[in-house]
Design a protein around this ligand. Structure first.
Ligand SMILES: Nc1ncnc2c1ncn2[C@@H]1O[C@H](COP(=O)(O)OP(=O)(O)O)[C@@H](O)[C@H]1O
Ligand SMILES: [Mg+2]
Length: 509
């Protein structure tokens, strides 16, 4: 029979528990606690209890910083994350790194109350939160007068873009302290515009960013937002001409086709999505009469996503475009170009004669539409679509494309047009975000950069190193993670870059 020692009963504090710990004594009478040595960090009182054979239970059931896990291994680490996630605690620190588990549902933790709560607090003082990371970056920048950077990495659908939005929101909120100035409005408006043109539905994420993004928020030394700068990396151009099963083209096409007014439909020669080759390659179904018909479809298709209101999204996009300075006339030019790209994709080719390789366009009626929308001469367009110009020594040759080549050329043209449009949109957004004060040489500016990028290359490296690390999180830097884990083992100070990591799969582990 085992009895609780009197001491344990008398000194028992509320919420504190004790366990019997059976250990074989060593020959010299000492007790070997093995991995429990890490528990020795607890108070003197608790240490004495342990020596007498008691294992104090942690007062809290989970650890908000993985570095304070007494026994760190893959199992305890995941269990801790899972326990926290069950209680809707999606954020956990590893030192100054933040791990986020995508909740896939709205949590009421992003309101002004939280903005205020995390204002000017040391990291770790409050429950982990993305606002705390933004706050630390902001105040460190002001105190040390040094630029800061936050890297967000994780696989597709893990919540990188959402977290970037929360960060940018908080970084602008800290500066404006309740008063929305013009620049902050533009920074916030840039998000929906970039998402409409650079995001698409994929098999894993209905709003997947198909480009890497770096946003730099510039501040005055006083901490007021001056302006911002957006840089984009590697837009996935192939998506424009081909999509895998259960995936879609860029959002903006669906927004335009669903939300355009009758006048715009006529002006841009808009059709139903099923009638465009660049949208219908996976789902080939008889064309519907109007967008409202889709509710009657018995079979689900790829054009619509549950809970999506494309008409509303189009209105929202137009509003956001206005916020970042796209006048209605410019917006029309953009939509006209989008429609031209869709019509361009419908152009098909045939062989002219059996004798030579020359080709012709099977549906020439599309040409005047594209030429009108692009505002280029029909002959020039035709020539570009069927012939190639080669310059040899002193000679200019015009040769017809072969059938297979012509399709590639048509697709390349569409991809180039879209890519140039996207670059131009980013350029225009940057122009709107640029503050004339930025250019003044005397004004000292500080900045916080937020990088939202998929860490594909690094995932490969980690896969070679340790599966435990993959299960833990999607990281952009193996050294960073292994160092942080070693640090937690040794309980030494972690001095690393600030970063936020996501891992949706942790939920499924
Ligand atoms: N913090 C969060 N709270 C609620 N939902 C989230 C959160 N983070 C992500 N999500 C959900 O996950 C989806 C995918 O997130 P997203 O940021 O687009 O992923 P990624 O950019 O990593 O591909 C979002 O559309 C949103 O529904
Ligand atoms: Mg994204």
């Amino acid at each position: 029979m085992m009895l609780w020692p009197r001491m344990a009963l008398e000194n028992r504090l509320s919420g504190e528990d004790y366990r019997f710990l059976l250990r074989e004594k060593n020959l010299d009478g000492s007790i070997h606690y093995g991995s429990l040595q890490s528990w020795l960090r607890v108070t003197e009182e608790r240490r004495r209890m342990m020596e007498r054979g008691f294992l104090p239970q942690p007062q809290q059931k989970d650890f908000d910083d993985l570095c304070s896990l007494p026994d760190l291994n893959e199992k305890t680490l995941l269990e801790n994350l899972r326990n926290r996630f069950k209680h809707e605690k999606i954020y956990t620190y590893v030192g100054s790194i933040l791990i986020v588990i995508n909740p896939f549902k709205f949590l009421p933790i992003y309101n002004p109350k939280y903005v205020k709560m995390y204002d000017n607090h040391q990291l770790g003082k409050l429950e982990p939160h993305i606002y705390a990371v933004a706050d630390v970056a902001y105040h460190t920048m002001l105190q040390r007068k040094k630029n800061q950077c936050i890297v967000i990495s994780g696989e597709s659908g893990s919540g990188k873009t959402q977290s970037t939005n929360f960060l940018i929101h908080h970084l602008t909120a800290l500066s404006q302290k309740g008063f929305a100035s013009g620049v902050e409005q533009i920074i916030l408006g840039a998000g929906p515009v970039l998402e409409a043109f650079g995001n698409a539905k994929t098999a894993h994420n209905n709003n997947s960013s198909r480009f890497g993004k770096f946003i730099q928020v510039n501040y005055q030394e006083t901490g007021t937002v001056l302006g911002a700068y957006v840089e984009k990396y590697l837009l996935e151009k192939s998506r424009l001409v081909y999509q895998e099963h259960n995936e879609r083209n860029y959002h903006v096409f669906y927004y335009l086709l669903a939300g355009a007014s009758e006048e715009e439909r006529l002006a841009f020669h808009l059709k139903q999505p099923e009638e465009y080759h660049y949208l219908n390659q996976i789902t080939k179904k008889p064309p519907r009469q109007s967008w409202d018909d889709y509710c009657c479809d018995s079979e689900p298709d790829c054009f619509t996503v549950e809970g999506e209101d494309l008409k509303h999204d189009f209105e929202r996009l137009q509003l956001a475009m206005e916020m970042v300075g796209f006048l209605p006339k410019t917006q029309r030019q953009i939509f006209s170009l989008l429609s031209a790209i869709l019509h361009l994709g419908n152009i098909c080719y045939k062989k002219k004669t059996y004798r030579d390789d020359s080709i012709d366009i099977c549906n020439p009626e599309v040409l005047p539409v594209v030429s009108e929308l692009l505002e280029v001469k029909e002959e020039v367009l035709f020539e570009a679509l069927v012939t190639r110009k080669t310059v040899t020594v002193g000679e200019k040759l015009i040769l017809p494309y072969r059938l297979a080549e012509a399709v590639t050329v048509r697709n390349s043209m569409a991809k180039s047009l879209y890519s140039a449009l996207f670059d131009w949109i980013v350029f225009r957004i940057n122009h709107a975000l640029l503050n004339s004060k930025d250019l003044e040489q005397n004004t000292k500016t500080l900045s916080i950069g937020v990088l939202d990028i998929f860490g594909l290359k690094i995932m490969k490296i980690i896969a070679l190193n340790s599966s435990a690390l993959i299960l833990l999180m999607n990281v952009y830097n193996t050294t960073l993670i292994s160092t942080s884990l070693n640090w937690s083992r040794r309980n030494t100070e972690l001095k690393m870059k600030k970063a936020t990591f996501h891992r949706r799969q942790i939920k499924h582990c």
